[in-house]
Design a protein around this ligand. Sequence first.
Ligand code: AHM
Ligand code: MG
Length: 333
Amino acid sequence: MSKPVSLSRYLVEEQRLHGKIPAQLRLLLEVVARACKGISHAVNKGALGDVLGSAGSENVQGEVQKKLDIIANEVLIEANEWGGHLAAMASEEMDSIYVVPNRYPQGEYLLLFDPLDGSSNIDVNVSIGTIFSVLQKTDSQAVSEHDFLQSGASQVAAGYCVYGPQTMLVLTVGDGVMMFTLDREQGSFVLTQENVQIPQDTQEFAINMSNMRHWAAPVKRYVDECLQGQEGVRGKNFNMRWIASMVADVHRILMRGGIFMYPWDQREPNKPGKLRLMYEANPMSWLVEQAGGAATNGHQRILDIQPTQLHERVSVILGSKNEVDRVTAYHAD
Ligand code: AHM
Ligand code: MG
């Protein structure tokens, strides 16, 4: 059996052999991975570490923060602020950007994250995760929120770490999607799946069906047709999964295909969707595209959306290409 490849070795080889990533980006990704290891330890402790339950505060989106949301946010900031590779960070749990303090050198990268996605699953021992996206600052002015407002197509790295039965880090630097499993005895992430590919077709969809009465017609049509099964226009039966952790739902889709939707709905008609563009939809969309899938908001490729706000929301349809194309076409009809 060939020797296991660690995340560090993978990144060094991406830097050295393929010229894909600069040294500073490699360092950044190593630090993010280390932070995820720390979050994984906290998640695993659960009630024994007094990390479960609500923190009694709300984030900028008016959502109740869990203790682990705040712990994960702090772990990511503390790990990343001193290394000299970042100019600033942005997070689902912080109202505005976090500029690297003056006492540390400033680098050229911008890191965005949802420190703990799937918060409603924290206290019930179901998979949750950290999602991250890396951008590059485009000018030499003092860093501001404006620097972050780049489309997802400008990302230089993106990924997530899922805290499930195994802790896995899933990464792209634009050279395919790689999956690393945390070896707890060695304390390192080991490459366990290379060049992940999502099957183009699927018989599995993921959507919160309780919102069905609020959906727009194209989404209703698509799901109705799936539910009709073999007797309907699709001529095949569909299965449904909804974990309510985007990280876990996207992980399943990367592993075996499927379509994930969190579309616009009439509950809050002025919001484009529930999920956040810059630190949820963009990194996941890039991973899915790098694995041969597709990601749209029903009208356009998510990675082409020009953000106007840090915490902007978006409608999300992603996964197996032929299914995403079908739902997108229904929006055009
Ligand atoms: P969060 O970032 O506050 O955890 O919210 C995002 C999560 C996604 O992980 C998941 O797909 C969705 O919210 C579930 O929403 P719902 O509870 O409406 O099904
Ligand atoms: Mg989230």
